[in-house]
Design a binder for this molecule. Structure first.
Ligand code: ZN
Ligand code: ZN
Length: 253
């Protein structure tokens, strides 16, 4: 028995910290706030996936042939270049994200980042920087942290706070799709000081950069699209997006 095993045993005997997803005591508390059984129940998205939004397709035949994307992306490609998520926003993944955001269980973030890195491995090529989706400063002050920052840090990319949220917006989850797009339009601005700092350019242009937006959940993708639009308007070559979870609503063809 190693020292770590002994420490785990002692911690689980004394504190018996419950798993944030199932509530059972965790046998290895040093490994995080989610038990191994629950992690193994996270259902990841599996191919075939839409080449644009990363949502699973019923089959490759269901993809619009050349672009290999879902019907929705085919109709409305948006400005984001590629997206990926670990899995649908349900079950254990949703419980873990709730624990992170609403119970302040920051210790789940590194394990989520590991899974995000695996789910988004095809997206990392040529990426210069991770850009966490910002919270409005009042919400961040109340929560004490931005979950997107924590997830971005664990991806192993240099992280930059290139965006500012200039309007406090109601939580996306409570709104229908059209209202979500209105809700986040003009909510984000480029941080000119940060753009100058990372590029060394007085004009704060982002030409030549491939950026990876990072967030906890993509609901309709309206927030990520609004962020991507700001970065593209500032000259970014490509903007990709990686989230821990994605809401899958209507069946996608
Ligand atoms: Zn559990
Ligand atoms: Zn798609």
């Amino acid at each position: 028995m190693t020292l770590r095993d002994l420490a785990n045993l002692a911690l689980s005997r004394i504190f018996a910290p419950p798993c944030v997803a199932c509530g059972h005591p965790i046998p290895q508390p040093l490994d995080g706030a989610v038990c191994e059984v629950c992690w193994s129940r996270v259902v990841p998205f599996t191919p075939p996936l839409c080449a644009n939004c990363g949502i699973p397709l019923a089959s490759w035949r269901a993809a619009e042939h050349v672009a290999r994307c879902c019907a929705r992306c085919h109709r409305n490609p948006g400005v984001l270049d590629r997206q990926a998520a670990v899995g649908p926003y349900e079950g254990v993944l949703r419980d873990v994200l709730h624990a992170l955001k609403y119970d302040g269980r920051r210790s789940v973030a590194p394990m989520l980042s590991v899974r995000m890195r695996a789910a988004g491995r095809d997206l990392f090529e040529a990426v210069s920087l991770a850009v966490p989706v910002p919270l409005h400063r009042r919400r961040q002050w109340r929560r004490g942290f931005n979950q997107a920052d924590l997830l971005a840090v664990g991806l192993g990319l240099p992280t930059t706070r290139l965006l500012r949220r200039v309007r406090a917006t109601p939580p996306q989850v409570a709104l229908p799709a059209a209202a979500r797009r209105r809700n986040v339009r003009d909510a984000f601005r480029l941080s000119i000081d940060e753009a100058r700092r990372i590029t060394g350019r007085a004009d704060a242009r982002l030409d030549g950069l491939v950026l990876m937006l990072v967030d906890d959940v993509a609901t309709t993708g309206a927030t990520l699209e609004a962020c991507a639009r700001v970065l593209k308007e500032a000259g970014a070559d490509e903007v990709r997006a990686l989230t821990a979870a994605r809401v899958v609503t209507a069946p996608r063809r």
